[in-house]
Design a protein. Structure first.
Lengths: 625, 200, 263
């Protein structure tokens, strides 16, 4: 989501230390750089030399001293809107979605908002097992509606269909109706389930995709195979092949199930340790499979004495065979099907609109080629997830389990710790008296070389007052050099004393403050002075002089607008200011004790500091003057 | 953000609702605003499409008078913001042979973007509906959900909390951060939005 | 919690009439059973014809400057829908100045003004008729530009643009936010959805065979193939019936224009 101007992003420091590193824990305490005026000028000089973002990556070791470049390719991975960031109280560091791990708290269907027990998730295929379906044509949710209810008088009468109220697809498009309005999933399952032949028990047919309890048609033979010699086995196979000839070609799911079963039996048959329960339970990647492979080598080599020396190596290692019959899942592609497909596509009843699109087909079984083969898709489940710090494993976010609840048991968001930055343009630059500008400048068309004043408000959500030092490069990185000056780089923000105070004051105090600030036209941004100050927020002024876009001439600006736009890289004209924020505060030791558990004297104030980069998206610079 | 309007563009009610004089509100007696709600110019709010009493078989020439207990067509919570040219229209459907309108409930701190068309059954608290989006009939948008600009939420869709939906038809494309809705941050700008409305 | 106060009377024009200085009021020819909201706007020099049972929501706008507008029976034209184009700027969103100094009877003057467009039409050259056929629904914020032809039982959802001379087939649906290009044509029983010009999809009209997956399953299970499902058309019949009910309800609820309602 791109955001409208003005916006603020905060850089997660994890981009500088890609590997989770316990040493990083200390970083917030020994803040890496002290932003001083000297440094400020230094970086700006650096910046003048290294304009290309590509060069940035080369001097990794100097990274700490570098100005943060919002256009650097790496910045994509570290810049986040403030509300997406978390804060680890243990590491004392900002945590972005890249430096946390997630674990699933609960599964729920986004359509019916019912929780699915985790035991059911697997058997339901991670999809809603109730009546929630997505339209196979357009993905909109499908509604269960009755056909016979046209007159409206006899509600509760079937038959029923699933219908999409967006693209008007219904299951009648694929010639399906349902006898009752509940348990659509299992009704549909029954209709399309070709996994079981009628000779097998009905239990497995009901179980939706529970492949585990399906029995292979060859499972009987498998046990015989074990004892039978090779000649007998061949006979068995040929007989089974004959049995299978009347079997029609299976559906994709059924074939998958048959193949899976077939290979599972093959593994268990050919395994040297058939008693191993793992081999049958978990298939190929299980320790059983590994065991089988190992014993294959072991039996044929002299190492056999070392591995399981007590076991006698078999004279002939059993060899897995491939699926041979249709009931085992084998399907031989026939030429006719392809020809039929090709003939059908240009036919008048199909055409372009009759062929399923790639996006439609990705959700369907691989055999589906045409829109009248699309089956409704049970809604994919979503999850509520808890989040942990990757380095210290402390839990940062834990939502309540219930799908409908929006509350959290634990929610350590960065906004509770770092000041919330908000940006807004100051009405009219006092210096300029050019007519034609509105009371507030149009941020989508900033004129180059004209000074703008931007108000940066930092709002403190901690219960301790914070000392802030801001630093910006005097010229922004990138090919458009914009001059930036923070008129008051050092200031304090008051403590967030009380929630109720805030609620009461919010409506009145800032309003009156700002009105005086605005109406009193004499209020001029002054260097070294805070623009405005509230109970837990402070506003300072940034003076911004947008640079000219490359190739812009003051005179011919109009004529070559298009050329300039073409020559510019995408969003090169967006004015983004990197700001280094260094905050210091005295945390109460009690708080510290609770969270860290380290012994520290009560009543003691522990000095804390935190430093990070943020990026202010001020606006877009016009090509012409 | 609201355009700078001429002074007096907004009428402020006792409960602090700021309603543009150029808004197009119908059936005001069936609309409840929770206070501090902003309705911008040319926004159409169809309070006249309220749920008729089930026994009402009145002749078409004489619409039933909402004399004693006017049924509510649209409720809007506090600090919600209805942008320019948005259309709020109660959803309707046929149920047991009777076609009737159902109330449209809009929660607190909701933002409805410019030219958006809302026919939802409910928009929860802190819901953001982008400009030019359509929320179809009987859709339910839960708290802290975001409908991106130009999205078309199909009729009857449910958007869970914290989810971001976009596209046509809308599908879940992401989730907002845990800090969404914190006062002053994204999703929590409603007070600030309200404050600047109608200021000279 | 407070019930909203009604907006000032000056913003609820009691009729869609105009001042002499305002844009010309289109001559209306309305079937008595049609319901036209008082805040619907009819402008232009050509006649606007509205068929029986049609419901026109408040704030719908008709601009008959380039040719007559025909709206058939049983249509629903929603809020802020624009049929036709305002003169000059086609995307004029400003409603007509609604100072109701002289509320003139709306459609009683039909006979008088009917001759006017013909003269106007000759002056402007070719006239471009906009046709909306029977049982058409047009959603909020949608625009049907002059020369477009929307066939019967079509659905135009919200924020749709039907460009000039476009043709929307019967029983078709243009989903929200889609456009039909200039001279574009949407066949009948087609759904246009997605973004921009969108994707298209043919609706089922006749009974279809069950999907292959079902056939295979039945074959494997050696069960009879499920009996054929009803024709897809039945869904459309149901939809139109619901539409009929909706129109009936709306006809009772919408505050009609004083003169437009001839009971």
């Amino acid at each position: 989501m791109s955001r409208p101007f003005p916006y603020t992003y905060i850089s997660c420091p994890c981009a500088d230390t890609p590997v989770p590193d316990p040493a990083r824990k200390r970083r917030s305490r020994e803040s890496p750089q002290k932003p001083t005026p000297e440094r400020n000028t230094e970086t700006s000089e650096d910046q003048g030399e290294t304009k290309q973002p590509n060069e940035k990556g080369q001097d990794e070791d100097e990274d700490e001293e570098q100005t943060f470049d919002p256009r650097s390719p790496r910045s994509n991975f570290s810049l986040y809107p403030p509300e997406q960031l978390l804060y680890c109280e243990d590491c004392h560091q900002i945590k972005c979605p890249r430096c946390i791990t997630e674990e699933i708290v609960s599964w729920y269907c986004p359509n019916c908002l019912f929780e699915t027990p985790s035991s059911m998730v697997r058997s339901d295929g991670g999809r809603c097992g109730r009546n929630c379906f997505n339209c196979p044509a357009c993905t909109a949710p499908l509604a269960v509606s009755t056909i016979e209810n046209v007159t409206g008088n006899s509600s509760g009468q079937g038959p029923w269909v699933l219908s999409c109220s967006y693209c008007l697809w219904t299951t009648l498009d694929i010639g399906i109706k349902f006898d009752k309005p509940t348990n659509i999933r299992s009704q549909l399952q029954k209709m399309t389930d070709s996994t079981t032949a009628p000779t097998f028990d009905a239990r497995s047919r009901q179980g939706s995709r529970a492949f585990g309890d399906l029995k292979s048609p060859l499972s009987n033979f498998a046990s015989i195979d074990e004892q039978s010699n090779a000649g007998e086995r061949d006979a068995e196979q040929s007989s089974s092949k004959e049995d299978a000839t009347p079997t029609p070609h299976l559906g994709a799911e059924a074939r998958f199930a048959a193949l899976k079963n077939f290979y599972r039996t093959q593994i268990s048959e050919t395994s040297n340790s058939p008693n191993d329960p793992l081999s049958s339970e978990f298939g190929f990647s299980s320790p059983g499979a590994l065991n089988r492979l190992m014993s294959l080598y072991a039996s044929s080599s002299r190492l056999s004495g070392l591995y399981g020396g007590n076991k006698k190596p078999k004279s002939k290692p059993p060899v897995m065979r491939e699926a041979l019959t249709a009931s085992e899942g084998l399907r031989i592609a026939s030429e006719d099907t392809d020809t039929a497909l090709i003939e059908r596509i240009p036919s008048s009843d199909c055409g372009w609109d009759g062929v399923a699109s790639i996006t439609q087909r990705t959700e369907q079984s691989p055999d589906v080629r045409f829109v009248d083969e699309l089956l409704p898709l049970p809604v994919l489940l979503r999850t509520k997830r808890a989040k942990r710090c990757k380095s210290c494993k402390h839990i940062l976010v834990k939502p309540e389990t219930k799908p409908q609840s929006t509350r959290f048991r634990i929610r350590l968001i960065a906004l509770s710790y770092i000041p919330l930055p908000t940006l807004r343009p100051l009405a009219q630059p006092s210096a300029s008296s050019i007519s034609g500008l509105g009371p507030t400048p149009d941020l989508n068309a900033l004129s180059p070389l004209r000074p703008y004043h931007v108000l940066l408000t930092l709002k403190n959500h901690m219960f301790d007052p914070v000392r802030i030092t801001l630093a910006t490069p005097s010229v922004t990185p990138g090919s458009v050099a914009t001059k930036v000056t923070v008129l008051c780089p050092q200031f304090e923000i008051g403590a967030n004393s009380d929630v109720w105070d805030e609620a009461l004051q919010n409506a009145t105090a800032p309003l009156s403050d700002r009105i005086t600030g605005m109406r009193g036209g004499e209020k001029v941004p002054e260097a070294g002075k805070v623009w405005e100050k509230g109970r837990n927020w402070t506003t300072v002024v940034l003076e911004v002089v947008p640079g000219t876009l490359p190739g812009t001439q003051a005179e011919d600006g109009r004529a070559s607008d298009i050329d300039i736009a073409a020559s510019l890289q995408k969003d090169e004209d967006v004015l983004e200011i990197p700001v280094f924020v260094h905050m210091e505060w005295d945390a109460e030791a009690q708080l510290e004790q609770q969270n860290v558990g380290k012994a520290s004297k009560p009543d003691d104030l522990v000095a804390r500091e935190l430093a990070y980069w943020m990026v202010l998206g001020v606006g877009r610079i016009q090509a012409s003057l | 953000m609201p355009p700078k309007a001429a002074k007096g563009e907004y009428i402020e009610t006792d409960t602090g609702n700021k309603i543009s004089r150029r808004s197009q509100i119908h059936g005001t007696q069936h609309i409840i605003l929770g206070g501090k709600t902003v309705i911008q110019a040319e926004a159409v709010i169809r309070g006249d499409l309220y749920r008729l009493p089930s026994t009402a078989s009145t002749d078409p020439s004489n619409p039933p008078q909402p004399s004693n207990a006017p049924s509510v067509a649209i409720t809007v919570g506090r600090y919600s913001y209805i942008s320019k040219s948005a259309v709020l229209r109660p959803p309707s459907r046929l149920h047991r042979g009777v076609h009737s309108f159902y109330p449209l409930k809009i929660g607190d701190h909701v933002f409805v973007g410019e030219s958006a068309v809302i026919e939802a059954a409910s928009l929860g608290n802190h819901v953001h509906v982008g400009a030019g989006a359509t929320v179809g009939s009987m859709a339910i948008i839960k708290d802290f959900a975001v409908v991106l600009d130009g999205a078309v939420v199909p009729p009857g869709m449910v958007v869970p909390s914290w989810c971001v939906v976009g596209g046509r038809p809308a599908r879940i494309v992401g989730e907002v951060g845990e800090g969404y809705g914190v006062e002053g941050a994204e999703g929590g700008m409603a007070r600030e939005r309200y404050r600047v409305v109608g200021r000279p | 919690m407070a019930t909203l106060k009604p907006p000032p009377a000056s913003h609820r024009s009691s009729s869609s009439s105009h001042t002499p200085t305002g844009p010309p009021k289109a001559p209306l020819k309305v079937d008595p059973s049609a319901t036209i909201a008082d805040t619907a706007v009819f402008q232009g020099t050509y006649p606007v014809t509205v068929g029986a049972g049609t419901v026109i929501h408040p704030r719908a706008r008709f601009y008959a400057f380039e040719g007559p507008i025909f709206v058939g029976d049983g249509c629903i034209i929603s809020e802020k829908a624009i049929i036709g184009a305002a003169p000059g700027t086609s995307a004029s969103t400003r409603p007509s100045p609604s100072s109701s100094t002289g509320p003139s009877p709306t459609s009683s003057s039909t006979d008088v003004t009917l001759s006017t467009p013909q003269i106007q039409g000759q002056g402007q050259g070719q006239e471009t008729a906009t046709r909306i056929s029977y049982f058409v629904t047009i959603g909020p914020h949608s625009t049907v530009l002059p020369g477009a032809n929307v066939h019967s039982s079509a659905t135009i959802e919200s924020l749709v643009t039907i460009n000039r001379y476009a043709d929307v087939g019967a029983h078709s649906k243009i989903c929200s936010g889609c456009q039909v290009p200039v001279n574009g044509s949407v066949p009948e029983w087609t759904v246009v959805f997605g973004s921009g010009v969108g994707q298209r999809r043919k609706r089922a009209r006749i009974a279809r065979e069950p999907a292959p997956a079902v056939m295979v399953a039945a074959q494997v299970a050696q069960l009879p193939v499920p009996p054929p499902a009803p024709e897809g058309k039945i869904i459309e019949d149901a939809r139109l019936m619901v539409l009929q009910k909706e129109r009936e309800v709306l006809g009772r609820m919408i505050v009609p224009a004083g003169a437009g309602k001839k009971k």
